[in-house]
Design a protein around this ligand. Sequence first.
Ligand code: NDP
Ligand code: 2IT
Length: 459
Amino acid sequence: MTRMDVLQNNKSRANDYVHEVYEQLKRRNPAETEFLQATREIFDSLRPVFAKYPHYIENGILERITEPERIITFRVAWEDDQGRVRVNRGFRVQFNSDLGPYKGGIRFHPSVNSSIMKFLAFEQIFKNALTGQPIGAGKGGSDFDPKGKSEREIMRFTQSFATELSKYIGPDTDVPAGDIGVGKREIGYMFGQYNRLKGGYEAGVFTGKDPNHGGSLGRKEATGYGTVYFVEEMLKLKELSFKDTKVVVSGSGNVSTYAMEKAIQLGAKVVACSDSGGYIFDRNGIDVELVKQLKEIENKRISDYVKTYPEAEYHDDCSAIWSVACDIALPCATQNELDEIAAHLLIANGVIAIGEGANMPCTLEAMAAFQESGVLFGPAKAANAGGVAVSAMEMSQNSMRLSWTVEEVDEKLHTVMRSIYKSCLDAAEQFGHPGNFVMGANIAGFLKVADAMVAHGIS
Ligand code: NDP
Ligand code: 2IT
């Protein structure tokens, strides 16, 4: 056989392998659309890896990496303010521990189901590997809807959730943090309940804690800031920066708010943001301090923004935010919030770069459209890894019983984001797809975990 024949053979073996494992995955998880979407994207990226390194096929890495090590589902019973018994479903997906303790957020949202939990935990494998820190991957949550609940109801629900969760977590086994609907308040309730049950004080069991009670300074800002740092690096490819750009950021929660704040600090004008009810357009530039006041402190709707700025517009359709013309779009709300139609609108309006602050916010078709049009595209696994990276720093600080200054944390975050960017750039180039950060992130993250899985043996 000639060298060409061998290469061709390896390529078709890799294609067959990816195809077979994906077909099997579909048969075994027929209703899990989000999970199948996330795995599909990875599978499409990995063909050249299996062609080059067939030993991953022999080690069954794809079959193993797509099956969670453990999925825990539990009942969460609690009492509402009227004394009525309520029951929700709790989850923790412990997906992969080859690089360290399971690590990933907790989401409280009525849409939470096993497909959403599995897709988020699966994404976390590659994201956490990209940070270069010693953390495995997990995700958890509940279909509990915090909207319309009193402060006490949220506390009782969260404590009941933590009572069950506490059996499966620990500073060296599984370290949860926040996600949609879970911030430092909920983390505080879970942390308190965990310590009560264990009869000790295990600082490193949760991250995203209040900085006054063991949390890292800079964790709150980390995901949003990190997304902007990643996009900043991509823009350099076109000799551009955030300065004087027009930016649209969906959502108005934790990730969105701090992405807006950093973009503005770097000289951008953010003209639109949203919540699940609708979006606001402010041609003079969004006042982020007001957004923080409304959403972080007063628990209000983004529509209330126009009460202070009557010249701004409110539109009651959050998905229409992508019709606002911009240079940079940062989807920071939720999965599949930006579809192919929205992508074509953004492209037609001249968008230059996309940074995924949320997890899987763009559909596969939207991603393809951006890439075909030469738009710089920063995928979630890489672009939003700053949050979990600072979570890992929180674990380190808790272990050492000290705390870094906000400047130290931000400097380390910046370094991690630049290093992730470089890993993605290099991997994309090495596997023949220069400038394709989706392939770069998937491949670079995969190689790190796959090597650990080979080294740890099959079991
Ligand atoms: P928050 O709960 O703080 O904010 C979520 C925001 O998204 C809110 O504005 C919310 O609007 C909006 N939103 C939520 N669900 C929907 C929906 N179905 N349709 C439209 N808008 C929606 O969450 P985060 O900011 O923490 O998380 C946002 C995204 O970032 C998620 O994809 C999360 O997984 C991801 N992420 C979070 C990290 C973190 O550190 N927190 C780290 C990495 C990724 P409303 O107020 O109306 O509900
Ligand atoms: O999606 C994510 O990376 C998070 N929600 C943060 C996880 C963490 O452990 O900080």
